[in-house]
Design a protein around this ligand. Sequence first.
Ligand SMILES: *Cc1c(COP(=O)(O)O)cnc(C)c1O
Length: 217
Amino acid sequence: MGLDEIRGRIAAAEAKAGRAPGDVVLIAVSKVQPPPRIEAALAAGQRIFGENYVQEAAGKWPAWREGFAGVELHMIGPLQTNKLKAALDLFDAIHTLDRPSLAQKLARQVQARGACPQLFAQVNTGAEPQKAGILPADADAFIAECRALDLPLTGLMCIPPEDQDPVPHFRALREIAGANGLSGLSMGMSGDFESAIAEGATHIRVGSAIFGARDYG
Ligand SMILES: *Cc1c(COP(=O)(O)O)cnc(C)c1O
């Protein structure tokens, strides 16, 4: 398992960027990974995990939460509104608040429960038609709408286009966040988390570099 190596690379990237050790939150993305790999990460002290599918997470995490204190689960996949209640039962953070209709339904649930997960608004920095997220031009208005709905945003999240240099996308996300007084930046994956840290990422989402390749077979 590559957890030690990734921790070392994060520490080096923090130091190089002049950031305090431990500044960056590592979300270990465990979707589709075989349970023994996840248990090894838990045994090595990792407590913050990312999952993409509500049903998959609901099937495996309740037992591990019983066995390991302090587990924190982050939803990083597209969230269907009919899965919202189940997601709120499971997750401590949602990185994929990506549309007004979801924000409206979420606000009603948060009111009813009196509790709100950490929230990141997903911005489609590459304006890719197949990708979820608010378009950069609509981001200010969406952030304002979340605030009007009493949804406290921790920050913004992006998934840069696969075939492009991610750095301009990280910068664009940071600029939108800064202009809106948001400090959280969920950006950087296995292939680019060091540049994301250099650009100010506060939360990185790393899967295959820790656990190995995902087998969707
Ligand atoms: C799967 C996934 C990741 C992790 O990807 P790796 O390349 O395995 O690090 C990060 N973020 C999101 C949104 C994902 O869906």
